[in-house]
Each structure stands twice: as C-alpha cells, then as structure tokens.
Design a protein around this ligand. Structure first.
Ligand code: TRP
Ligand code: SF4
Length: 332
C-alpha cells in the first residue's frame, strides 16, 4: 500500500470550498492507501502566532468536521502536527538545504506575501522567518511519514516541488534516505464563492459552512449571484454565469438538466430556483450535521481518535528520524 500524506490548517469549521475542493477527494482515497491526515496547527501559527488562543478549539472543530464528512479513523491516521516533534526536528535539518532566494521565489509564498502587503500595508512587509520557511516545514510534514502521494489543490504545487528539491538535495548529500513525493491534484481544486468570486473563503465572507443553520443557508443562498441579465421571472437566462446553478451542479442535484433547460427557456424564476437549492443543500448537509452534533457531544471520542492517530504517526516519524540521523552521521 502506498503512503499518502496531506495536511490542512485548522482555521475553524470547514466550508464547501474545503469539502468539494479537497476533502471529498480524500474520502475516495481512504480505502486504497495508508493515509496520514495532518491537522497543521504549527503551520497555522506561521501567520497567526499572535492569537494562539483560537488554536485548541479550531483543532477540535476541524477534527469533528473531518470525521463528520466521513473520514474513517479506522482507515486514516488523523493527527495533530505539534504532537509530532520529529517534524520540527526535520525542519531544522532541511533548512540548511534551502536558500533564502529559493524560498522567496516560491510562487505560493510570493503570492501570500503580496496578499499580506495588500492587507496590512507597510506592516505586511515584516515577513517572519517562520512564515517564509513554512515550505521547509511542510516538506518535513510529508517526508516524516515517507508520503509518496500528496493530495492537494493547485495552489500547493510549488510547495510539493520545493519538497521534492529538498528530498533530492538530502539524498544526494547524505545518501538515499527520503522518498520524493508526487502531488495528486483534486478534480475541482477551487470552488467559487456564492458571490461569484473565484475562491470561497472565510475571509471573503462568501462561504457556506458545513455547520451552517437552516437560517444561514437560506440567507446566503437567497443572496447568491444569478445571471445579471435576467430581470423578469420568465426571462431566459444563462445558467453558466449563475452561482445558484453552479451550486446545483456541485451538490449533484439529480434535476440538474431540468434546472438548466427551464432556466434557458425562461420557465424558471430565480426565487423558485434558489428555494430548490436551499432544499437540496439542507438535504446534503443533514447527515453531516447529525454527525457533527454527535461528536460535539462526545468530545472524548474525538480526542481518543487524535491520540490513536498520534501514536501511529509518532512511530513512523521516529523511524524516519532514526534513518535521517544515521544518514547524516549524527547517530552518535
Ligand atoms: N499548506 C497546506 C494548506 O494550506 C496545508 C498543509 C500542511 C499540507 N502540511 C501539509 C498540505 C502537507 C499537504 C502536505 O492547505
Ligand atoms: Fe440561476 Fe436558476 Fe435564475 Fe437560472 S433560474 S439564473 S439557474 S437562479
């Protein structure tokens, strides 16, 4: 069985962007691989180090959501990054193998630095060592478990490439030790927001969360962007520019063809169409929310799962560390 590793930053509850852009893919992989799923709390600190108080609850909420969408802890080792100190240790050794200019050239890091500057102006320019170095830490995440495949979205490809470079450099200097991982791209790497924005995001305020109440879902969907050219209820419209249609498609409404045809012919009002989507969305979320409720009431079960995951992850990371120390001749 091949080993898969992927990570996700705990930033609170999951939204549909996380689900359709990444997590639903993991569900398909869990039967066929030895799957390590890391809750990347240390990485979350790289740009949230000043507000650590949210981390504990965010880790819990993320673990609950992962379990609620159907990640099976019998098949997947779900663990928390900060519980595996070997990752931090590897990060230190790998940091010698990466130049500063290479890190600054990493397109993901570059974009994120630009976003910070846009958000915080001058202050955004004070980029920390930890932040610029997070690709090194992510390389440690992957290689600590000898991850062969890394399911990620498109935005993460430069990080996987950087990891591959680190592995090659390590192996060429210290001898064949680490496995060069390959990315596994998800089919729909980026999910659009209800407002038509290219990305659904927490900070963008255009997301539907797995835990949203009926009221919230109604409000959000009623406010979604439709074909702006459609004014009257019976105007024909173009579903391809409508976010309501986009979401009908995303959650696999079995009436999709009808929605499309009626919209094009002007036989469907947007209000009715939105109401239908609300209904389908509630049906889609119902089983997930039932599980969320269960886990919120059985906290100890969630922590037990994270502890079980930690044990397996720790054992594997310890073995890697032994091999690394041996190769680096620091096993004295
Ligand atoms: N950087 C990833 C993200 O923001 C999360 C992540 C942390 C990750 N460690 C990882 C992804 C290891 C893949 C492999 O989405
Ligand atoms: Fe969108 Fe439905 Fe209105 Fe067509 S009828 S524009 S698909 S909301």
């Amino acid at each position: 069985m091949k080993t898969i590793l992927t990570g996700i930053r705990p930033t609170g509850n999951l939204h549909l962007g996380h689900y359709f852009g990444a997590a639903s893919n993991w569900l398909k992989l869990q039967d066929d691989y030895d799957f390590f799923l890391e809750i990347a709390d240390v990485q979350a600190l790289t740009d949230n180090f000043h507000q650590p108080e949210k981390l504990a609850s965010n880790v819990f909420l993320l673990a609950v959501d992962l379990l609620s969408i159907g990640i099976d802890p019998k098949k997947v080792h779900i663990f928390v990054q900060s519980k595996i100190p070997e990752i931090a240790e590897l990060t230190i050794f790998y940091s010698n193998l990466v130049t500063m200019s290479r890190l600054y050239r990493n397109p993901t890091v570059k974009t994120e630095i630009q976003q910070k500057k846009a958000l915080f102006g001058q202050q955004g320019e004070s980029v920390t060592y930890g932040f610029v170095g997070y690709p090194v830490s992510q390389a440690a995440d992957i290689t600590a478990f000898h991850g062969e495949l890394v399911p990620v979205g498109e935005d993460q490809l430069p990080l996987i490439e950087q990891c591959r470079e680190i592995v090659r450099k390590f192996n060429s200097i210290y001898g064949e030790t680490l496995i060069e991982p390959k990315p596994l791209l998800s089919e729909t790497p980026r999910i659009k927001g209800l407002d038509g924005a290219e990305k659904m995001g927490k900070s963008l305020g255009n997301a539907i969360y797995l835990k949203d109440s009926e009221e919230e879902i109604k409000k959000k969907i009623m406010g979604a962007i439709t074909d702006p050219k459609k004014i009257q209820k019976d105007d024909p419209a173009n579903p391809d520019v409508c976010m309501v249609y986009y979401y009908h498609k995303l959650i696999h409404n079995e009436n999709l063809e009808v929605v499309c045809k009626e919209c094009k012919k002007g036989e469907r009002g947007c209000v009715q169409c939105k109401k239908e989507l609300i209904q389908k969305m509630l049906e889609f979320l119902k089983p997930i929310q039932e599980k969320q409720k269960y886990y919120y009431e059985h906290k100890e079960e969630v922590y037990k799962i994270l502890e079980d995951g930690r044990k397996v992850a720790k054992e594997k990371a310890e073995q890697t560390m032994k091999d690394v120390r041996h190769s680096m001749k620091i096993d004295y």
